[in-house]
Design a protein around this ligand. Structure first.
Ligand SMILES: [Zn+2]
Length: 443
């Protein structure tokens, strides 16, 4: 298949409006069914040789049996669903156009994570064309609800594989990228060995409802605001977890112009102090505190009795959800604010840390070095959450890496207005997945 045919397939996949909805909203499954139909046409060899199953109404599970049944299978995973693009008014190109312009392909999901779906299938199609038979079983898993927690997609796939007695040697997911960090003088490829934990707390102050013309001197809303200000002032202690320490060791000699000269070559501890000034750096070294929703009364002249706020935390390894609850209570309770878990189903502890001493880590490293010889490959941590939170239950190691340049927007590029990927990055992603599947499936 020619490069332009591969690009046309990817562009077509971007045109389906596979938008995930929040719980309670109607999930339109039609675009997922249409995508699944189109994939059959676009990747005939994959559909001939792999077994394909539909899980949870929209997720797709592909299995290619390896010759050696004593080897544990390995998985590559991506997701079909995307976050909403609203009306696309501020997009340079319409969000579901899959349009080519300025050397880029534009569309919601271009990075997150249809480049994975399309790139992984294309890689398998290409190697099957050359008569490929794996020693190790290859599994591709594409969820349809990753953006809303993966509870009917990835979680159901885990249940099915567990019933079949399948345990995976590894999973390759999103969550590491080619970053242009503002404190570095070059791009680096970061392989996520772990992902941070996730927790939301509800903070509520208690008072009496009243008329705004006769307020008390201290209101519940005032207490809540004081409490939120104290929370921001009392951030969690910065910590060097294992993958981040290794990342700093590997990159301390690559600090850029934005860092003062005396810091140009720094120890991991000094690196921590230097980079916490940037939001993206801060997220690497501490459990973050993000005040996201605040609610008082429903009218400008009503004093609220129970104003509340939701605060979202992303925990580094070493900080548990209970540690976070205790820290927040120690600040909130003296101010008359109580603290509860918002949704216990949405609490995730920080993941375990994958080993760097495996064939898979070596295969990722080798594939990146072959495509981008000038880009250093380093371990790191992913500050957000992926479907891997489910897969880690049945896998020895989870690696998070999507071979895409995020550019100056960093992780913001993923859900941005104007999500896009360069043509070059997409074709390189296909080469990357090809090299990875070949290497890991062969013993
Ligand atoms: Zn994603």
């Amino acid at each position: 298949m020619t490069d332009s045919q591969k690009l046309e397939i990817f562009s077509e996949i971007l045109r389906y409006r596979t938008v995930s909805r929040q719980p309670g909203e109607v999930f339109d499954m039609k675009p997922f069914r249409e995508t699944a139909e189109y994939l059959k046409k676009a990747f005939p060899r994959v559909h001939k040789h792999f077994r394909r199953e539909t899980v949870g109404g929209g997720s797709l599970l592909f299995t290619l049996q390896g010759a050696d049944r004593s080897l544990k299978p390995f998985m590559l995973t991506a997701h079909l669903d995307v976050v909403p693009a609203d009306d696309g008014e501020n997009w340079p190109e319409p969000p579901f156009s899959g349009k080519f312009r300025d050397g880029r392909i534009w569309g919601r999901g271009a990075i997150d994570y249809k480049a994975g779906v399309s790139g992984m299938l294309q890689a398998c199609e290409d190697i099957l064309e050359r008569g490929f038979t794996p020693d190790r079983t290859v599994i591709l898993a594409f969820g349809h609800d990753e953006e809303v927690g993966g509870n009917t997609g990835a979680a159901e796939i885990v249940r099915i594989l567990t019933d079949r007695g399948v345990s995976l040697s590894s999973v390759l997911d999103e969550g590491g990228y080619i970053y242009s960090y503002p404190w570095m003088d070059r791009d680096i490829a970061v392989i996520g060995l772990a992902e941070k934990g996730y927790l939301t707390l509800r903070l509520t102050a208690h008072g009496v409802q009243g008329h705004a013309s006769v307020p008390e001197l201290n209101t519940a809303a005032g207490s809540l605001c004081r409490c939120l200000a104290e929370l921001e002032k009392n951030q969690f202690t910065a910590k060097l977890c294992n993958p981040v320490e290794m990342m700093f060791q590997a990159t301390s000699g690559m600090l850029g112009e934005s860092v003062v000269v005396t810091d140009r070559s720094a120890t991991p501890g000094e690196m921590m102090r230097i980079i916490e000034k940037w939001a993206s750096g801060n997220a690497l070294v501490r459990t973050t505190t993000a005040i996201t929703m605040i609610r008082g009364s429903s009218k400008e002249n009503i004093i609220p009795a129970f104003p509340h706020a939701l605060v979202n935390f992303r925990a580094v390894p070493g900080d548990s959800s209970l540690d976070i609850l205790n820290h927040v209570r120690s600040i909130a309770e003296p101010l008359g604010v109580d603290v509860q878990y918002e949704d216990t189903d949405q609490i995730h502890e920080p993941s375990s840390v994958a080993s760097m001493d495996t064939d898979e880590y070596g295969a990722i490293q080798a594939a990146v070095r072959k495509i981008w010889p000038d880009i250093p490959v380093v371990p790191g941590i992913f500050p957000a959450a992926t479907d891997s939170r489910h897969y880690c239950r049945i896998a020895d190691n989870v690696y998070r890496f999507e071979p895409v340049h995020l550019g100056k927007d960093g992780l913001g590029a993923l859900h941005s207005e104007g999500e896009s990927i360069t043509v070059e990055d997409y074709l390189n992603a296909v080469s990357f997945y090809t090299a990875y599947v070949r290497s890991v499936s062969t013993v």
